[in-house]
Design a binder for this molecule. Structure first.
Ligand SMILES: [Zn+2]
Length: 76
C-alpha cells in the first residue's frame, strides 16, 4: 500500500503498511533514502508544507497503472 510521507524537505511516497516514525529511514518510491524527523509527523505537531516529490508521484501512478492493467477489476 502506498502512502505519502514528508522527509528531508519533500513529500515522498513509500510502499508499506505503516507510516515511518521519527528517526526511521525509508526508501521512497523515487529511490531516495530519507529519514523522518519529528516535524514530518502531523500527529506530533508537524506540518506537511514541503513540496511533493515529482519522481514519487510519477512512480506511484506508474505502479498503480501496472497493477490495474493486470487486474480487470480495476477497470470498474
Ligand atoms: Zn521521492
Amino acid at each position: 500500500m502506498f502512502r505519502w510521507q514528508q522527509a528531508e524537505g519533500k513529500r515522498h511516497a513509500l510502499d508499506g503498511p505503516f507510516a515511518p516514525r521519527p528517526g526511521e529511514t525509508f526508501t521512497a518510491l523515487c529511490g531516495a533514502e530519507v529519514t523522518v524527523a519529528r516535524r514530518d509527523v502531523p500527529q506530533l505537531g508537524g506540518h506537511w508544507f514541503d513540496p511533493t516529490c515529482a519522481e514519487c508521484a510519477e512512480e506511484w501512478l506508474r505502479q498503480e497503472g501496472q497493477a490495474c492493467s493486470s487486474e480487470a477489476r480495476c477497470l470498474a
